[in-house]
Design a protein around this ligand. Sequence first.
Ligand SMILES: Cc1cc2nc3c(=O)[nH]c(=O)nc-3n(C[C@H](O)[C@H](O)[C@H](O)COP(=O)(O)OP(=O)(O)OC[C@H]3O[C@@H](n4cnc5c(N)ncnc54)[C@H](O)[C@@H]3O)c2cc1C
Length: 393
Amino acid sequence: MRRTLIVGGGITGSALALALAERNCQVTLIERQPAEDEFPSLDETVTGFGERVSTLNWQSHNFLQQLGIWQDVAAQRFLAFIRMTVWDGDGSGYIHFTAAENDLSALGFIVENKLIQVSLNRRLKQHPHIQRIEGEVTHITQSASDCTAIMDNGDTLQGEWIIGADGAQSHIGKIGGFRTHHWDYHQHAIIATIQCEKSHQHTAWQRFMTTGPLAFLPLGGKNTHFYSIVWSCDRSLADDLIGMDDTDFAAALGTASEFCCGDIQNVSSRKSFPLHHTWVMRNPAHRIVLIGDAAQRIHPLAGQGLNLGLSDAARVAVTIAQGTRSINQAQWLSHSFCHHPYHVAMGMAIGGLHHLFKSDALLLRWVRNSGIQWVEKQQIIKRWFVAQAALGN
Ligand SMILES: Cc1cc2nc3c(=O)[nH]c(=O)nc-3n(C[C@H](O)[C@H](O)[C@H](O)COP(=O)(O)OP(=O)(O)OC[C@H]3O[C@@H](n4cnc5c(N)ncnc54)[C@H](O)[C@@H]3O)c2cc1C
């Protein structure tokens, strides 16, 4: 039976491991951290929700459902959102997206990352085709038909493929000699859980300001006043916001959101992430494939990073399980995932949006406002946006 080595047991690496194992492939999953397999208690307080939250599209939802993971997550906590309002903080343009207009039951699903990870860890632990090893790969050698990973404790592991799913600073990408296209947004994303005056009514909000986008993502549970926020802004503003006490932060957040969800009543502690755009440009390593943040890291404004990673995992699983063996096929496999048109288009669209909304230039401000008002009236274009973001087409 064929064996695949996967380095990185985050959500994308773990989902790939399970997808391959379900297709009768042997998998060794190498992860440097211990696996958490206890679900957290589901308190409905600003500290009771997981601090990392993702908006998943239908494609990711369906993939996790095929793996049996969605059912486990859904039994815990998630929110299907049915409306989204996007507006330009600098003008009067609003766009409203609704699931109903697009004949969908939801525009997407907001899930705490920890719940997906724990569900995956539990399934991986039980699967007879999956071996999980705690450690790091220090070196890789490749032949025409397989590759060998040398571990930090001196052990060697062999597989037909090595998949680097080891996140944004991918060590596998570095030792595999991958070239990357990289730029720094010079921005940080601040995340927090908040409780607001108004009930969320299954609506997500995103305000684009010249300082960066601010998103309010409604959270699941019985109490409908909790949101996860992602506030992207320049480093100096991020430092100021992180340094504020809870009262000042809640006031700043209320003003920045134009009180779309009413007063901010409670806030959790904040975390900040530097924002980069990284894209794998060329793949010289025949039997090494990068997926997830190891292959592409994008601005969180469109909530697509994990969706791209799960789409990588689904495609790689199918191709490997079909028995891709020759070097030519292997090169195609490793190349095509890095340059899949959907991924390239998504990266370019997100980069373009970021620059459009950040600009203070009068002409771009006019384009933004007129554009937003125009798009709001164009059902076909709104449907196209929903097809890209909600369905993952
Ligand atoms: C603020 C913010 C908001 C976001 N919101 C969304 C959203 O709404 N929707 C969405 O789709 N995406 C979102 N994203 C992106 C999403 O979080 C990432 O794309 C996703 O978590 C990447 O998963 P991954 O498994 O590829 O990488 P990671 O989560 O980074 O996992 C990598 C794993 O590899 C392990 N590892 C690393 N190095 C080694 C090594 N040398 N040896 C062994 N193991 C190693 C790590 O311990 C980790 O477990 C957001 C990102 C940010 C920053």
